[in-house]
Design a protein around this ligand. Structure first.
Ligand SMILES: Nc1ncnc2c1ncn2[C@@H]1O[C@H](COP(=O)(O)OP(=O)(O)OP(=O)(O)O)[C@@H](O)[C@H]1O
Ligand SMILES: [Mg+2]
Length: 263
């Protein structure tokens, strides 16, 4: 089967204060249709850059990205993207934030009734029923994440990009949202790329984990996580085999974490 995304020898250099920053170097990888791929790596190694490139928000310096077998030129409207920074519009209510992607250009036209149903269904999926008229400023951190998730699901994209979506949340809430994410995703056949700093999170949820090296980000290790699904994120870390995955991936990450922190 054709992979949904192919990265072919991607490199990306930024220019900052007259200096070159090599964000990515020689990244070659494929993302399979329907898989949950987690990407871990030290701060500043180019994880967000890889997602930005996948969303078509920037072009690679060298190399190529293919989406469904075709070179990606311009914004990728088939994917939804939860960026690292919270980008809910503070002046719009929860339901109006969630509705936003439905008004973008090339979406199939929905009737008012269909729109309403779609929005209320996705708010229910993420547990925000009853908060339709609230503004983002009135929500807790976890609820804002849920609203972002609903917004990214509402137009039913083929692929979701998530950049450290639960990074700033406390450990318990993180587990609850991971469980909800898996419940929402498992069985949908959608492709999900999930960037995280948290190796346990990556192994708990992913089909495959990619470890990136210190900047310039390269692919240092790839591990298939053959733990059964559906998964219970609360107990999976105690499952046989989890520790071995952790040890192998951690040994790939460890040295880079020591020397690789962003300055
Ligand atoms: N638009 C830009 N202009 C200049 N430099 C940039 C730009 N975007 C990213 N960089 C630099 O490229 C490098 C990779 O950045 P990126 O945000 O992709 O890393 P990251 O792995 O997502 O880091 P973090 O884990 O901290 O989110 C960093 O050094 C960053 O400062
Ligand atoms: Mg980032």
């Amino acid at each position: 089967m054709t992979p949904i995304v192919e990265y072919r020898d991607l490199s990306k250099v930024f220019y900052k204060d007259n200096k070159q920053v090599h964000a990515l170097a020689h990244v070659t990888a494929e993302v399979a249709e329907g898989e949950l791929l987690a990407i871990v790596g030290p701060s500043g190694c180019g994880k967000s850059t890889l997602l930005n490139l996948s969303a078509g928000l920037m072009k690679p310096g060298t190399g190529e990205i293919r989406y469904r077998g075709k070179p990606l030129n311009g914004v990728n409207t088939q994917v939804s993207y939860i960026t690292q920074r919270d980008n809910l519009l503070p002046w719009r209510t929860v339901e109006d934030n969630v509705a936003l992607p439905l008004s973008l250009g090339d979406r199939p036209r929905l009737t008012k009734q269909e729109r309403r149903e779609r929005i209320s269904h996705h708010l229910e999926v993420v547990g925000l029923t009853g908060f339709e008229k609230h503004y983002p400023g009135e929500l807790s951190g976890g609820m804002r994440k849920r609203a972002q998730l609903a917004r990214s699901l509402v137009y039913e994209p083929d692929m979701l990009l998530m950049d450290e979506p639960f990074g700033a949340l406390d450990a318990q809430l993180k587990l609850v949202l991971q469980a909800e994410l898996l419940r929402t995703w498992e069985g949908t056949g959608k492709t999900l790329m999930f960037v995280t700093h948290d190796l346990t999170e990556a192994i708990s949820i992913a089909d495959r984990v990619i470890v990136m090296s210190t900047r310039p980000g390269r692919i240092k290790a790839v591990e298939r996580i053959d733990l059964p699904r559906p998964r219970d994120v609360f107990s999976i870390r105690f499952a046989p085999g989890f520790g071995d995955y952790f040890d192998r991936l951690w040994s790939a990450l460890r040295d880079d974490i020591r020397q690789g922190q962003e300055v």
